[in-house]
Design a protein. Structure first.
Lengths: 183, 270
């Protein structure tokens, strides 16, 4: 039987008694493992770990920075918008007052112009009236003289006389009209 | 009825239960036997474990990435377990850093050598041999004593065995107890806890194997052969229990390592 052969081959059955070669082999093997881990494995793990922490924290920092920047820009835009609004309001106010000013000016100018035109027309009317009166006076004189000479049948060739007669006639006319007016 | 007949059958001398000695297989190199090296499966597995651990973790982080791949993530899981769960939580933020490589090595070394017991063909936890358990426990024993002496000088031995805050008259009773507890019992329990659990698990596997072999191959009754199948089915359940214990003992061993070193570092704090 195999088992019996093994029992005979082994030194003792007490499980607490070590094989000293096993102690040695295990100790040396563990020392080698510890050396390899300490020298090559643990540092790489630690480095990866640190890098990862840095990457994550760096990412968070970067995001915070971007957020702050965006907030600052937003504030700036808001302020600019506010400024623009105020400016637009003031421009509108100015335009309104300027428009009113212009309107008033135009009104004044138009009134002035109309007054000027009216005055000119009156002067012209007066001049035309005077001219009409003068031409009437001479024409009425001539007409009346020729009429009178026709009626009287006598040539009133004597200018002095005819003038006198005309004067008298006119004076009578004026007296009549004055009397008519006074009446 | 057949089941009750089983003990009688073995009393007849048919079944020889396996013994502890069965865990010591013959030498791999028979011509070395006369030097008593016992270079066998167990030693080869110990060496294999170192090669496997070093190779796997070296390969897993050959090209470390900030966003780890599957293998790197797996490897980092072990490392961060040794680093954070054992190292930082036990030893504290201030002290744990220099000890991470040791804790990581101890954890992986014990874990893989235990798991060997659950891998077919290997099927033997290396630490079921007392020699290996003594070796690693001794290394840690000298480590924490060395740490204490380095940190506190020769006064460390006084700090370690004389508890503060107890009345003077009780000290003659307490100091020998502390010496025995800290410097004699502690390394023994540290190593034997590991060795005994692994050996027990391994013996169950050996027993189930030889029992099933005996029942199926060397019995003529078909019913006894059937109970052999029952033994195999039971041993599968034991296999999973054993797997749990293997992982648990690796964790416990590492945890105690951290606690002992922490105790030496802060010997003046309690």
């Amino acid at each position: 039987m195999v088992t019996a052969a093994v029992i005979l081959a082994s030194e003792g059955a007490n499980p607490l008694l070590p094989n000293w070669w096993e102690v040695l082999v295990t100790a040396v093997a563990f020392a080698v493992l510890l050396f390899v881990v300490k020298k090559f494995i643990a540092p790489t793990f630690e480095k990866t770990y640190t890098d990862r922490v840095e990457a994550i924290e760096g990412g968070i920092e970067k995001a915070e920075e971007a957020q702050a920047e965006a907030n600052a820009l937003l504030e700036q835009y808001k302020a600019q918008l506010m400024d623009a609004r105020t400016e637009a309001n003031s421009i509108r106010e100015t335009a309104r007052s300027e428009g009113a000013q212009i309107l008033a000016d135009l009104k004044a100018k138009a009134a002035e112009e109309s007054a000027r035109i009216t005055a000119q027309a009156q002067v012209q009317i007066e001049a035309e009236r005077v001219a009409a009166v003068n031409s009437l006076r001479s024409e009425v004189g001539t007409l009346a003289t020729s009429l009178a000479s026709k009626i009287v049948g006598e040539a009133l060739n004597d200018d002095a006389r005819s003038n006198r007669v005309v004067e008298r006639f006119l004076a009578d006319l004026e007296n009549q009209s004055n009397a008519g007016v006074s009446k | 009825m057949t089941a009750f007949a089983l003990p009688m059958a073995s009393n007849d001398g048919g079944f020889v239960p396996p013994t502890i000695s069965d865990t010591h297989l013959p030498d791999v190199l028979p011509w070395m036997t006369e030097y008593g090296t016992g270079l066998g499966k167990q030693m080869i597995m110990v060496i294999l474990s170192v090669v496997l651990i070093a190779w796997f973790f070296k390969a897993a982080i050959r090209n470390p990435k900030l966003v780890p791949g599957r293998v790197q993530f797996f490897a980092e899981g072990f490392y961060s377990f040794a680093r954070n769960t054992v190292g930082r939580d036990i030893m504290g933020e201030k002290n744990f850093r220099p000890w991470v490589p040791l804790l990581f090595s101890v954890f992986l070394f014990v874990l893989l050598n235990n798991i060997f017991g659950a891998i077919p063909f290997l099927q033997m936890p290396s630490f079921s041999h007392a020699g290996s358990a003594y070796a690693i426990a001794l290394i840690i024993y000298f480590t924490w004593i060395g740490v204490g002496v380095q940190k506190h000088g020769i006064r460390y031995f006084k700090l370690a065995v004389v508890p503060t805050g107890v009345p003077g008259w009780i000290l003659p009773l307490l100091v020998p107890l502390e010496i025995i507890s800290n410097f004699i019992v502690r390394p023994l329990t540290h190593s034997l806890r590991l060795m005994a659990t692994m050996l027990a698990g391994h013996m169950i596997v050996v027993l189930a194997g030889s029992g099933a072999q005996y029942l199926i191959m060397e019995q003529d009754s078909i019913l006894l052969n059937a109970t052999g199948v029952g033994v195999i089915a039971g041993s599968v359940a034991m296999y999973f229990l054993e797997l749990l214990i293997m992982v648990l003992q690796a964790f416990v061993f590492t945890l105690l390592t951290a606690i002992y070193i922490q105790g030496s570092l802060e010997a003046d704090a309690h």
